[in-house]
Design a protein around this ligand. Structure first.
Ligand code: GLN
Length: 312
């Protein structure tokens, strides 16, 4: 077997990884106790192209929980299974500028503002099909597996930790029961929400999932169509404006790519028609985005002039 010769993109990723490895700022999320156990030094980057090439560096195979990066995919699922009109009754598409766990609804429409904040994601979780928790979990894992191109599982420890401490999310769900937004019992909807957040992934999985969005809904590894191009457009639009919480405006300004972060330290960004990038690094900034994750995307977008409004 001939020795592996690094491609230019691998060389680039290596030096990007090295240049950010000693950034030590930020705190690992600990409000979900199990997440507090993460190793702050872990740092992985993976790029997946729409033609199925994968390039990774560092801890790209290290497992962590998807957390809020599940939200755009659940939105996609809801659109696929129920259509735009039904989903629009459940959740809006307005950025809030509020933190992800804000306990607010849009009082004109009585809906959560968008599917990227917890309230919106909980409302969307209700649309997972299945007659009971185990059917819904099975359907959800099957859908996420289609995006990742391999079967995925739930991290039971993280799930139990979320379930035991997620009282703020319970408050949000009960508020939506109060306004008539939820029809199922809140605890059942939360079962789906806590489980979706606890899906175990790697950077490699997330890059493939992001590349599936970049490929307008076709998984570049399996060739399977997971979402229609129209629904991918809807999902990416919301990611562009709401994906990074109260940092979304600055992100749009600096990076200009649809993206989503999660409190376990993952970030994905999508370059439509080209590739998906995923970063894993647990320490977070004050709004809950991975510090190195944001830095990688900023640098990558800059180095390759990827900003959506850049003159190419
Ligand atoms: N499970 C987390 C929560 O509900 C997800 C939040 C996030 O990743 N920002 O608080």
């Amino acid at each position: 077997r001939s020795p592996h010769v690094a491609t230019p993109i691998e060389t680039y990723l290596k030096s990007l990884h090295m240049s950010l490895s000693d950034v030590m700022a930020g705190e690992v999320a600990s409000y979900i106790p199990e997440l507090g156990l993460a190793d702050p030094k872990k740092f992985g980057i993976c790029i997946a192209t729409v033609d199925g090439q994968l390039y990774s560096v560092g801890d790209a195979g290290c497992p962590f929980t998807i957390q809020s990066m599940s939200k755009p995919f659940m939105h996609g699922y809801a659109l696929r299974e129920h259509g735009q009109e039904r989903v629009a009754r459940q959740v809006g598409v307005e950025p809030t500028g509020d933190p992800f766990n804000s306990i607010t609804l849009d009082d004109v429409n009585n809906r959560p503002f968008n599917p990227m904040v917890n309230a919106g994601a909980i409302a969307v979780a209700e649309l997972m099909k299945g007659d009971n928790t185990s059917e819904r979990t099975e359907n959800m894992l099957d859908f996420f597996g289609q995006f990742a191109g391999r079967p995925l599982e739930i991290d039971e420890q993280v799930y139990r930790s979320e379930h035991a401490t997620g009282h703020r999310n319970r408050a949000i769900a009960y508020m939506m029961l109060n306004t008539g937004m939820l029809s199922l019992p809140p605890e059942e909807v939360l079962e789906t929400y806590f489980r979706q957040c606890s899906i175990r992934v790697t950077c490699r999985d997330m890059a493939v999932m992001a590349a599936t969005l970049a490929a307008h809904g076709v998984n570049p590894l399996s060739g399977q169509r997971v979402l229609s191009p129209d629904h991918v457009r809807d999902v990416l639009s919301v990611m562009s404006t709401c994906g990074m919480y109260d940092y979304a405006g600055q992100w749009a300004f600096d990076v200009g790519l649809p993206a989503k972060s999660g409190v376990a330290g993952g970030v994905i960004a999508v370059i439509p028609g080209q590739l998906g990038i995923a970063v894993y690094s647990p320490p977070l900034d004050s709004v809950g985005n991975s510090i190195r994750g944001v830095a990688v995307c900023q640098k990558f977008a800059q180095d390759f002039s990827l900003h959506a409004y850049h003159d190419r």
